[in-house]
Design a protein around this ligand. Structure first.
Ligand SMILES: *[C@@H]1O[C@H](CO)[C@@H](O)[C@H](O)[C@H]1NC(C)=O
Ligand SMILES: *[C@@H]1O[C@H](CO)[C@@H](O)[C@H](O)[C@H]1NC(C)=O
Length: 380
C-alpha cells in the first residue's frame, strides 16, 4: 500500500535520525534559551545578520518563512489551505540557509521529474509540476540552525500549507491498495485516512455489510477534510469493513475499504501488588505468594516470577486466574498469579519478584520471605 499520502513520514524520520542529537537538546531547553543560543551563534557570523533581527526581540516570534509563487510572478505567504487545479504547478520557497521539508511521502517515489527540491544560498525551493490529485497533502518547511557539526531545528522559522489538487475525475487521493487493515484500539483514536482532493466534496462514512450509513455526530466520530474520519472512542460496533463516499457536482466515488479490527488495548502498564501468605515461614511448611493486578477488563496480563530457589531448580507451581470484581461502582478485572512453594527450605529465603506485563509495559513488585527453623516436637 502507499502508506504515503499521509505526510512525509519517511522524510521526517530521516530528519529525526539525522538530527536526533539536536532534538534531544531542543527538548531539554526552553525555546527562549534556544533563541538566546541562536543569537549568539548568528552574531559570530556577519552574514546571518537579518536572522539576528528576527530572533533578537525579547519574545520569540514565529516567522513564516514560506512563500508561494503566484501566477502573476509574485511571491506571497500561502494561506493554511490552497486549492489548485490538478495539472497546474506548485512552487513553494522557504527562506533560510538550511531548510528541511515535509511533503506527501509518495512524492519520493515519483521519478518522472515532476517533483524537485532545490537548495540555494538563501532559500530552498520545492516544485510540483503537472500536479495530480495524488499530490494533495501537507507541505511544510522549517529552518535549521547549523554549526560545524550539528543542525538544530529552529521552531521560530517554519511554514506550512495544505494543498488540495482538485482533480475532476478523482475525488479521493488515490491509494495503492483496495484494502487497508486498521486496528481499532481502545486506548487511542482511530483514523480512516480517506483524504479528498477537493475540500468542497461531501464525504460520508459507510458500512459494507450490512450496508448502512454511519452517523458522524462530530463527537464520537469527526470528519476533517485534511485528515479523514476519526473515531474517538473505539467500540466493538465500529469494527468491520467501512469505506467513505465522496460526492461533488454529480460525481460520486467510493474510497478504498478499511477493515477495522477491534482490539482491547490497555491505557497503561499494569499496576501490580504482591502478598506472601506469610513473611516468615517455618521450614517444611507450604507457603505461597499472590501477585494481583486490578485493571481494565478484557486486557491480557502476563506474569513472570523471580525467586531465590529458581537457579537451584526448586519445584514451584503457579496458578493463574482472572475474575471481574466491582471497585468504586464499576467493573474491573482482577488478574492473579499465585506462586506455590511446597515444604519450605532454607534456600527459599529471599526476595520474590513478580513482573506483570501488558501491551503498554511491565511493572515489578517484590516481597521478602524469611525461613525459620522447623518447629514442633512431633516433627522431624
Ligand atoms: C508537464 O507536462 C507538459 C505537457 O504534457 C510536458 O511538456 C512537460 O515536460 C511536463 N513537465 C514535467 C516536469 O513533467
Ligand atoms: C496460600 O497459603 C495460604 C496460607 O497457607 C492458604 O490458606 C491458601 O489456600 C494458599 N493458596 C493457595 C492458592 O494454595
Amino acid at each position: 500500500m502507499r502508506p504515503g499520502l499521509v505526510f512525509a513520514l519517511v522524510c521526517l524520520s530521516v530528519f529525526l535520525l539525522e538530527f536526533a542529537e539536536c532534538q534531544k537538546d531542543a527538548n531539554t531547553k526552553s525555546k527562549k534559551q534556544n533563541a538566546g543560543r541562536n543569537v549568539k551563534l548568528t552574531n559570530k557570523k556577519p552574514k546571518s545578520k537579518p536572522r539576528v533581527k528576527k530572533v533578537a526581540g525579547k519574545k520569540l516570534a514565529r516567522v513564516s518563512v514560506m512563500t508561494q509563487l503566484l501566477e502573476q510572478g509574485r511571491f506571497q505567504k500561502p494561506s493554511d489551505t490552497l486549492v489548485i487545479a490538478a495539472g497546474k504547478n506548485l512552487l513553494l520557497r522557504c527562506k533560510g540557509k538550511h531548510i528541511s521539508w515535509a511533503y506527501p511521502s509518495y512524492l519520493d517515489e515519483e521519478n518522472d521529474g515532476r517533483f524537485s527540491i532545490n537548495h540555494r544560498e538563501r532559500f530552498s525551493q520545492l516544485t510540483v509540476a503537472n500536479s495530480t490529485g495524488a499530490d494533495t497533502g501537507e507541505y511544510s518547511c522549517w529552518a535549521l540552525d547549523c554549526d560545524a557539526e550539528t543542525c538544530r531545528r529552529d521552531d521560530s522559522k517554519t511554514g506550512s500549507t495544505y494543498v488540495f489538487f482538485t482533480d475532476p475525475r478523482e475525488l479521493f487521493v488515490p491509494a495503492n491498495d483496495y484494502y487497508m487493515a486498521i486496528q481499532l484500539r481502545t486506548d487511542r483514536p482511530t483514523r480512516l485516512p480517506c483524504q479528498v482532493t477537493n475540500p468542497l466534496a461531501k464525504v460520508s462514512l459507510h458500512r459494507e455489510y450490512p450496508p448502512e450509513l454511519i452517523p458522524v455526530d462530530g463527537k464520537l466520530i469527526t470528519f476533517d477534510v485534511k485528515k479523514g474520519f476519526v473515531i474517538h472512542k473505539a467500540l466493538p460496533l465500529f469494527g468491520g469493513t467501512l469505506y467513505c463516499v465522496a460526492s461533488y457536482q454529480g460525481l460520486r466515488q467510493s474510497s478504498i475499504k478499511y477493515l477495522l479490527i477491534f482490539t482491547y488495548y490497555p491505557s497503561a502498564p499494569p499496576a501490580a501488588t504482591i502478598k506472601a501468605s506469610s513473611s516468615s515461614v517455618h521450614a517444611g511448611v507450604n507457603f505461597n505468594l499472590t501477585c494481583t493486578v486490578l485493571g481494565e477488563t478484557n486486557i491480557e496480563v502476563d506474569f513472570t516470577w523471580e525467586f531465590p530457589g529458581q537457579q537451584l531448580g526448586r519445584p514451584t507451581y503457579t496458578m493463574e486466574g482472572q475474575q471481574s470484581v466491582y471497585a468504586g461502582g464499576s467493573a474491573v478485572q482482577s488478574s492473579q498469579s499465585v506462586l506455590l512453594v511446597d515444604e519450605a527450605r532454607p534456600v527459599d529465603e529471599g526476595l520474590y519478584t513478580c513482573t506483570a506485563q501488558n501491551q503498554q509495559g511491565a511493572t515489578s513488585v517484590s516481597t521478602r520471605v524469611n525461613i525459620l527453623p522447623r518447629t514442633g516436637p512431633g516433627r522431624e
